[in-house]
Design a protein around this ligand. Structure first.
Ligand SMILES: N[C@@H](CCC(=O)N[C@@H](CS)C(=O)NCC(=O)O)C(=O)O
Length: 321
C-alpha cells in the first residue's frame, strides 16, 4: 500500500464530509497571526505581505473591499485564482488561464494548496481563500477573513495618507453593535446560505433556510430608510453582509435553494442598500466579478450541481440604481 497522503481529501469539495445528521459545519481557520505596526514577528511593512483571493468567494471579497477602501493597493499586492475549484482546490492561471485569474507571482504555484504546504508541510485543514501571506518568512499570516479585515483596517495606518488612515470600518463607539449584528448575520446569513445549500437532508436544509429568511426579514426592517446597517456610516457590518447579498439572486437563490424570496423582488430596502454600495462605491463594484462568482459555484460544487451547467439568469446580475 502506498504511504503517500491523499491530499484531495482536503482539497476536493466533492469529497467533503457532512455531519452525521446531514448538516454542514464550517471548519475553523488554522493560521491566526496578527500584523501590528511594530510587531517583532509580523510588523506592518510595505510590500512584505501578499493577499491571495478568489473573486468568487464571499469571505475573500470582504478583504478585497477593505483593501480598496483603505487604499492599500500598493502596500499589499493581490493575486486572483481561477474560479474553477477542482479536485486540487483553487488553481492559478498557470494551470487554468480563466479570464481575470493570475499566475502566482511569488512561487508560480499551481494551486493554493501548494502555499499551505509551503507554510506547513503537515497542514491538515482545507485550502481556503483568502490567504494573507508573509513573503519574508514564507508563511501564512492569517487565513480568517474576519481577522484580516480588522488588520487591514488599522495595522498599516502609519503608512497611509490621512484620508485613508482615517477610514475606519470598526470604530470604537460602534464595536459592540457591529459585533452583535455580525454574530447573527454570520450564523444565519453568511454561513446560513452554505448550510442550506450543502445540506444533505431535508431537515438540515430547512433548519438553515427558515432562519436565513427570518434574518433577511429582520435586515429589511433595519435597512428601511437607512443607508448603512450600524450607525450612520459604512462599517464592516455592511461589508460582511454585502458579499452574501450580492451573490444571492445570481447564485444562492437557485443553486443553494434559498428560494423563499429573492432580493430584487422580496426585499426592496436590502436591494436599494446593496445597489447603492455597488454603484456608488468603487471598492464594492471593483471587488465584485459576477462571472467568477457564477462559474465557481455552479461548476465547482458538483455535489450540489453534478452537471456543472451554469445558470444564465437572472438578467441583469444586479439592477441599476
Ligand atoms: N473562515 C474562512 C472561510 C473561507 C472559505 O471557506 N473559503 C472558501 C471559498 S468561499 C474556500 O476557499 N473553500 C475551499 C475548500 O473548502 O476547499 C474565512 O472567512 O476566511
Amino acid at each position: 500500500m502506498s504511504s503517500v497522503r491523499d491530499t484531495t481529501l482536503q482539497s476536493d469539495i466533492g469529497k467533503m464530509k457532512l455531519e452525521n445528521d446531514g448538516s454542514f459545519k464550517r471548519a475553523s481557520s488554522a493560521f491566526r497571526n496578527w500584523i501590528h505596526p511594530k510587531d517583532t514577528q509580523f510588523p506592518a511593512e510595505r510590500d512584505r505581505y501578499h493577499l491571495y483571493v478568489s473573486y468568487a468567494c464571499p469571505w475573500a471579497t470582504r478583504t478585497l473591499i477593505t483593501r480598496k477602501l483603505k487604499g492599500l493597493e500598493d502596500i499589499i499586492p493581490v493575486t486572483v485564482v481561477s474560479p474553477h475549484m477542482g479536485e486540487n482546490g483553487w488553481p492559478f492561471a498557470s494551470v487554468d488561464p480563466f479570464p481575470g485569474a493570475d499566475v502566482d507571482p511569488l512561487y508560480n504555484s499551481k494551486h493554493v494548496k501548494d502555499l499551505y504546504f509551503k507554510a506547513d508541510p503537515n497542514y491538515g485543514g482545507r485550502f481556503t481563500v483568502p490567504v494573507l501571506w508573509d513573503k519574508k518568512q514564507n508563511t501564512v499570516v492569517n487565513n480568517e477573513s474576519s481577522e484580516i479585515i480588522r488588520m487591514l483596517n488599522s495595522a498599516f495606518n502609519d503608512m497611509l495618507p490621512p484620508e485613508k488612515a482615517t477610514v475606519d470600518i470598526y470604530p470604537e463607539e460602534l464595536q459592540k453593535q457591529i459585533d452583535e449584528v455580525n454574530s447573527w448575520v454570520y450564523d444565519t446569513v453568511n454561513n446560513g446560505v452554505y448550510k442550506a445549500g450543502f445540506a444533505g437532508t431535508q431537515e438540515a436544509y430547512e433548519a438553515a433556510v427558515y432562519p436565513l429568511f427570518e434574518s433577511l426579514d429582520r435586515l429589511e426592517k433595519m435597512l428601511t430608510g437607512k443607508d448603512y446597517l450600524v450607525g450612520d456610516r459604512l462599517t464592516e457590518a455592511d461589508i460582511r453582509l454585502f458579499v452574501t447579498v450580492v451573490r444571492f439572486d445570481p447564485v444562492y437563490f437557485s443553486h443553494f435553494k434559498c428560494s423563499l424570496r429573492d432580493i430584487r423582488h422580496g426585499y426592496p430596502a436590502i436591494n436599494r442598500w446593496m445597489k447603492n454600495l455597488y454603484w456608488t462605491n468603487e471598492a464594492f463594484r471593483s471587488s465584485t466579478n459576477f462571472q467568477h462568482i457564477k462559474v465557481h459555484y455552479y461548476w465547482s460544487q458538483t455535489k450540489v450541481n453534478p452537471t456543472r451547467v451554469v445558470s444564465v439568469g437572472p438578467v441583469p446580475d444586479i439592477e441599476p440604481l
